[in-house]
Write a protein that binds this ligand. Sequence first.
Ligand SMILES: Cc1cc2nc3c(=O)[nH]c(=O)nc-3n(C[C@H](O)[C@H](O)[C@H](O)COP(=O)(O)O)c2cc1C
Ligand code: SF4
Length: 659
Amino acid sequence: MFKTLFSGTSIGSMTVPNRIVMVAMGNYMAEPGGVVSDVDVAFYGARAKGGVGLIVVESTTIDYEHAKSNRRQISVGEDDKIPGLKRLADAVHAHGAVIAAQINHPGRQGVAKDNGVASMPAPSVVDFQSPDKPIHEMSKVEISGIVARYGKAARRLKDAGFDAVEIHGAHGYLVCQFMSTYTNLRTDEYGGPFENRMRFVKEVYQSVRAACGSDFPVIVRISADENLWFAGKPGQGIRLADGVEIAKYLEKLGVDAISVSNGNFDTMNTIWEPVSYEEGWKTGNAEAVKKAVSVPVIAVSVIRNPDYAERILNEGKLDFIGSARQFLADPDWGVKAKTNRVGEIRRCISCLHCFETLVKAGATAKGQVACAINYQAGREEQYGDEMLIKNGNGRAVAIIGGGPSGMEAAIVLAKRGFRPVVYEKMGRLGGQLNTAALPPKKLKMLWQIEYQTAMLEKLGVEVRTDTAPTVEGLMALDPYAVFIAQGSKPLFPASIPGLDGDNVYSIIDILEEKVVFSDKNVVVIGSGSTGLETAEFLAGQGNTVAIYEMLEDIGPDLFFQNKIDIMGRLMPFKPGVFTKHRLVRIDGDTAVFEDMDTGAKKETVADAFVISLGVAPSTELVDLIKERFDKVFVIGDAIKGGRLEPAISTAYEATFGLE
Ligand SMILES: Cc1cc2nc3c(=O)[nH]c(=O)nc-3n(C[C@H](O)[C@H](O)[C@H](O)COP(=O)(O)O)c2cc1C
Ligand code: SF4
């Protein structure tokens, strides 16, 4: 099985044990100052142990003082970083994997004030989306200084025992900026015709070669297409035909492999995609490059399933499958695929919690990357499987609720040797994740249910579906502890009159098609993620939809990339959007709103009203159970409704620490 995926091959002089590449992913886990941390060592070590063949360490900075993206980014810009880098290389080598690091200068995508400069260097001054990011056109002296730094950085990696280096020429960072007509408007020898725009990457490459010698493998990551159509600028910047030419040029230069990615910061949703993008949607880019060059091609394309990976390898569309997030979500993807345990793979659901945490860490200089579904990621030293204390001794534990939180609790407890019993009142596991998968393009949510169900089966956890436990029933089990993971229910505030009307529905009524409308005027009240998704769902059924939101902006709980994704699909339906409107009451076919600016009351007539004002924890039984049992823990949505991340993290922490 997966013969090609697990066949070794080489990149230049480096032998890679299989075709699995963990592509660069900023994680902000380094010590402040850019020194590799213990957290980094454990994080990358776990991925090597889990079967990744080649690890490309996050975009590292070639100059910590002046060119970092975050103060907890790994730096390769100074000699005192070499010992830490060596620890990292050793940790990866210990598991038979090979290691490279991506070296980078952010150029216009860096933040000047964080780098102690008045403005960031860029090929040209091309307006950037944020005024916080002043830039200036690089002088030739500056260009040669930065070029030299790339070489020195690569040399440090080599000295630290790294097997290869990757020049970051993708995603709109400095090297990419020079390549692209979108960001390079220079009229000197670094701008204009193709050869001139390639001059910077050529000099960077030559600097690396000169520093590391002819047999040190050099990979260049490129954006084969900047996808500027996504930013409303079709035809601009690097398009696939240009990407192919860039790859050919790099091959001629002597580069040992091309890593194909795409996009820049203006088209971010095409780099690290939200949930709606299908596995394989951009494999065509890899294929186009692969056809044009004979050096190995590494590529990403929302690759999550080993059978898909094997297929595109066999079809000759690329030489190495790449992913960042898949290995954040499950470091053991490779080992599980190799040992016929595909069902146990925790597939990344593209929820973007990881990127959201990274952005927050960048903005606040606190925190690091985290995964919504893998609580251990970046916490290997504290919460890794090896750290689980296996003292359950078969003691029974009752878990009320078979949603993501209850299932996670059962998995951890079973690994610890307890005997969890899961009570689920519905006929199937998954709880509200089943509903979360119903809006358009959200089927990946079901992956999480499939993974957790497979783990319960593997661990032999007893699951009692169609069973709402009574206190007496629980007492018969005589559990050592009780975990309450009952989830939440839609919030219908009692303070708003009329919500009990026949034409007033919950989002669950709509998404589960307990009622189906078409050609109706429907008002959705509340524009959080579920409100917007439900609006899209209704619009797709042929209804005219209006969205009302009390706050200043719609989608208040949404990470900006997810909002762009939903709105991109919703807006073509031309929904009415009314912000700063608070629902006062519903009276038959009329809803009354208060304009939050003026206080004026406005009436809206509609066929149906859908309430999406959040969720309230389901707390039935909690008090009763607390009276009868000593160790009672409330986890997941039963604490705070909404997202998947707290469902998993609260379950993990409570069960990990159960004494
Ligand atoms: C949190 C996060 C950080 C990333 N950091 C980098 C980076 O430092 N360098 C880079 O080239 N790509 C970076 N990427 C992009 C990934 O390498 C990858 O191309 C992208 O996530 C799409 O592939 P995937 O869905 O399989 O992860 C990052 C992605 C994420 C989600
Ligand atoms: S946080 Fe979400 S998108 Fe990121 S790796 Fe985890 S599951 Fe994937």
